[in-house]
Design a binder for this molecule. Sequence first.
Ligand code: F6R
Length: 241
Amino acid sequence: MRIIRTKNYEEMSRKAAAIIAAQVVLKPDCVLGLATGGTPVGTYKNLVEWYNAGDLDFSEVSSVNLDEYRALPVEHPESYWSFMHRNLFDHVNIDPAKINLPDGNNMDAEAECARYDAVIKAMGGVDLQLLGIGHDGHIGFNEPSDAFDLGTHCVDLTEETIEANKRFFNSKDEVPRQAYTMGTGTIMNARKVLMIVSGRDKAEIIKKAFFGPVTPQVPASILQMHPDFVLVADEDALSLV
Ligand code: F6R
């Protein structure tokens, strides 16, 4: 595990974007595992800027997103499909045919999870997986539990996650209660994992996840075992370690 300490959110975003950009330059047809949420917005902004400057080409890149809400219309502004298009896909030359997210509107959970796992397998796995971390240590929507989940599965969001995500909706009642998420096994199989973290409110969980025992009660803690895991975090997020 490597930790890159940055002064603030802006520097974290630039450093993370630089790692993703290096991946795209070194392997133009790479598979990028992507994340949503508040943290990656600045990272995607940098990638769009460098694309506009002519320094990056996404034409051969494939993407697989970590997760998607279940039963939220794809065109809803807070679907992860909409988020990704708004923050990245609409602004770079990625081929729409190479964009993959779980289909939250396929109500057959078993079929959808099997389809998504098959898509990732057919691509040869993920070259670089970008992650954020939840306050309870979740990665993707892999919430604290008694065992690590391997493949894509349907989850009931915890009260804490619903509470954290209500900032994106008009009210807490509008937050979907379920999601499809890539499993911890798939995340661990990514050849490189890049986690970005910012803010004092994440300091406690960073200490627990990366300086405490590996346990499915803190899902991100498993990343301590990943052979190429890079944590890019700002001073506030690292203030307790
Ligand atoms: C997003 C995702 C989540 C977020 C996490 C942190 O696709 O899977 O695990 O990375 O909830 O979210 P933010 O960045 O909003 O603090």
